[in-house]
Ligand binder design. Structure first.
Ligand code: IDP
Ligand code: MG
Length: 149
């Protein structure tokens, strides 16, 4: 089953939106496979966002992601990567579709609450960066056949 690496960024934690964000992913039907609450070191932040090195917002982005604790999760399901990106909404909250996490709960591109993997290769890299293989729990929910065909 496809997995996506999702982070509730420090603004989501500080604003008390952990439950709201998890609730949206849970209600969508995605299945939680791993979760931890942690501080982000500057070296982990740099590895996670290495792809953005050199961009004007890079330094601010590293400060932002390591400015407070985060919730890091793996969510799985059919087309989980695409499904989470859709539920999350576009990078800039004011360009995100209404009904998405970013449009409904955020305003600024630099305070957009949540990270999610953007493709299968990114997901594999990010899951390996944030979790050990044994952190990923293999399980099935009762009643899952009513969500996964
Ligand atoms: P994504 O989070 O939707 O995948 P990316 O383009 O991968 O968006 O950018 C990573 C993160 O960098 C964004 O979520 C946002 O926090 C930050 N970011 C992207 N573009 C800007 C910008 O123009 N100004 C400030 N922060 C930005
Ligand atoms: Mg991205």
């Amino acid at each position: 089953m496809e997995k996506s690496l999702v982070i509730i960024k420090p603004d989501g934690v500080q604003r008390g939106l952990i439950g709201e964000i998890i609730g949206r992913l849970e209600r969508r039907g995605l299945r939680l496979a791993a979760m931890k609450f942690m501080a982000v070191s500057s070296s982990l932040a740099a590895q996670h966002y290495a792809v953005h090195q050199g961009k004007p917002f890079y330094a601010g982005l590293l400060d932002y992601i390591s400015s407070g604790p985060v919730v890091v999760m793996a969510w799985e399901g059919p087309k989980a990567i695409e499904a989470v990106r859709q539920t999350m909404g576009a990078t800039n909250p004011t360009a995100a579709a209404p009904g998405t996490i970013r449009a409904d709960l955020a305003l600024d591109i630099g305070r957009n609450l949540i990270h999610a993997s953007d493709g299968p290769e990114t997901a594999a890299f990010e899951l390996g960066l944030w979790f050990l293989p044994e952190d990923l729990v293999s399980w099935a929910r009762d009643g899952e056949r009513w969500v996964f065909e």
